[in-house]
Design a protein around this ligand. Structure first.
Ligand code: DGT
Ligand code: MG
Length: 355
């Protein structure tokens, strides 16, 4: 590397959380390809390989302009041989033959279809694939398949849930939740987190944080809010998880999960949308075309105000930004960051050894 290369490389910091990333990705052609390979790797159970492709894609997302030469690529951090080869292929031919091959694979297509169902993870999708199931129709018609309530809802609302949620729809849902929450507890603070908080114009779900300035007042609120929305016919599915913070941090806890421990509802809202009358679909008189609602995935997360800053940071995303922030905290600062707290591991060790 020349001195110039070293200077340019230092402009793109190694940790994803140290980089500014523009809202519009100028390098989709490369990042789409890398993300396909990342998915394919995760479908094969290779999480390390999957992450390597995500890392490379994240570096390209942060660039202010489209990559045009191999020399520029060589100056970027975070690229393994495989990712480099894929980008090089696209620079030369306009596409990657390897990626094309992957997207044609039956297993890739099926796993992608199945893991896009709410409630279906990699393991379940893979089991269904091994059992010979290939389509949503196969799942819907299978006699012996035992679906969880969540998967049933996911399958039932598959089309809606795989349509992007607009910012206007997300605002509407946040407002609905706020109104109901205020009717039970004035002063409740409702915050739209996730991709929308990062300025994205659309997303796959709506992430909402709920807190109150007075610690403890938020307890018990969520089930009342859900109950009220349910009685108004606005909830198609919901699964309430109670707060497990104290269980997780008790000395006999076996929890090693990265998930947080807030009280939370995984739900599907029934959102009223403008009627389709007047558009092309109106000529078709099937019941679907006159449907004036849309199923939308909503996550409601309740946090005590003392943990709210960490919850807000943890729920704003992106997933990769969060992963990098935690890696940075651990490696560079010797601190642990999660959605509940930030603490110094050295001090904790000292405290434990003194106690
Ligand atoms: P989207 O919804 O696809 O447009 O994009 P995002 O960025 O809103 O992604 P999403 O909704 O999957 O997650 C938002 C953020 O919330 C993400 O950075 C990670 C965090 N998050 C989501 N689920 C969990 C969870 O179960 N536990 C923890 N700790 N964080 C989560
Ligand atoms: Mg989201």
């Amino acid at each position: 590397h020349s001195d110039v290369d070293v200077v340019v490389a230092s402009l793109v910091p190694a940790y994803g959380c140290q980089r500014r990333t523009p809202l519009t990705n100028k390098n989709c052609i490369f990042t789409d390809a890398l993300e396909t390979l990342s998915k394919e790797a995760s479908f094969c159970g290779s999480d390390g390989r999957s992450l390597a492709f995500i890392r490379a894609a994240s570096v390209l997302r942060s660039l202010p302009s489209t990559l045009t030469t191999i020399e520029e690529l060589n100056r970027l951090p975070g690229f393994g041989e495989h990712s480099k080869r894929v980008v090089q292929e696209i620079l030369e031919d306009g596409f990657s033959a390897e990626v094309e091959r992957v997207t044609q694979k039956e297993k890739y297509q099926t796993m992608k279809l199945f893991t896009n169902i709410f409630g279906v993870g990699m393991k379940t999708a893979n089991r269904w694939y091994q059992e010979g199931l290939r389509s949503l129709g196969d799942l819907r018609n299978s006699q012996k398949l035992k679906l969880s309530k969540q998967q049933e809802a996911g399958l039932q609302h598959y089309e809606d849930l795989n349509m992007p949620v607009s910012r206007a729809e997300a605002d509407l849902i946040a407002k609905m939740v706020e109104e109901v929450a205020h009717s039970f507890l004035p002063g409740t603070i409702i915050t739209l987190a996730g991709g929308f908080r990062r300025g994205k114009l659309s997303g796959h779900d709506v992430d909402i944080l709920i807190t109150h300035a007075q610690e403890g007042r938020e307890e018990g609120l969520l089930s009342k809010v859900i109950g009220q929305l349910q009685s108004q016919g606005l909830i198609l599915y919901h699964d309430l998880k109670r707060n497990s913070y104290h269980d997780a941090f008790s000395p006999d806890s076996k929890s090693t999960s990265n998930m947080d421990h807030f009280e939370r509802s995984f739900s599907i809202f029934r959102l009223k949308v403008a009627s389709h009358i007047g558009d092309i679909g109106a000529r078709d008189h099937s019941p679907e075309s006159s449907k004036d609602w849309k199923a939308v995935r909503v996550d409601l997360v309740v946090t005590p105000i003392s943990q709210y800053p960490y919850a807000l940071l943890g729920w704003t995303g992106s997933k990769h930004f969060e992963r990098e922030l935690r890696r940075f905290s651990c490696n560079e600062k010797k601190m642990v960051l999660n959605s509940h707290a930030l603490y110094d591991t050295v001090e904790v060790q000292v405290a434990i050894s003194q106690s």
